[in-house]
Design a protein around this ligand. Structure first.
Ligand code: MN
Length: 154
């Protein structure tokens, strides 16, 4: 039983593989994102901790799902859209993404954004927005400027 995943340096953990982040069908609804699963608890209602890193000017997918996230930025700078709010992130902020809230994370233009993300190990798959849902989100001009959607049915 692993009780400690050792941090090496430079956002690298001992024995943890670096993966390109892909969504369900392998399509790029995100841009320039890597994922490391640092810890996964193999039991009912187990926990999982991932480290995601978005390259400068990249973003995660605009999505929603039943499961919740806790996100803690630990590298670089960026911003996020959660629910109906666009906000700048500071290192060590704690962002709660509630059930069925639209969310998207973006790195700044000049720096990556790296963050820890805590989730349930067993969870539902993300849903991408329909054209109609994107139109609704775009009613708000700040949200319209921020989001980079990929539609379910383009
Ligand atoms: Mn998500």
């Amino acid at each position: 039983m692993i009780i400690l995943t050792k941090y090496l340096e430079n956002f690298d953990w001992e024995g943890i593989e670096l993966h390109p982040y892909k969504d369900n069908d392998g399509n790029p609804s995100f841009k320039d994102v890597t994922r490391q699963t640092i810890f996964k608890e193999d039991k009912v209602n187990g926990l999982e901790v991932r480290y995601f890193e978005i390259a400068a000017s990249g973003h995660t997918s605009l999505e929603k799902h039943e499961h919740t996230h806790i996100v803690v930025p630990i590298r670089g700078s960026g911003s996020c859209f959660v629910g109906n709010t666009v906000t700048e992130l500071r290192l060590h902020d704690c962002v709660y993404v509630p059930s069925w809230s639209w969310h998207q994370f973006r790195a700044s233009e000049s720096e990556p954004l790296g963050f820890l993300c805590l989730v349930n190990a067993e969870r539902d798959r993300p849903t991408l927005p329909t054209a109609h849902e994107v139109k609704e989100l775009q009613q708000d001009s700040e949200i319209a400027r921020f989001i980079r959607p990929r539609l379910i049915n383009p």
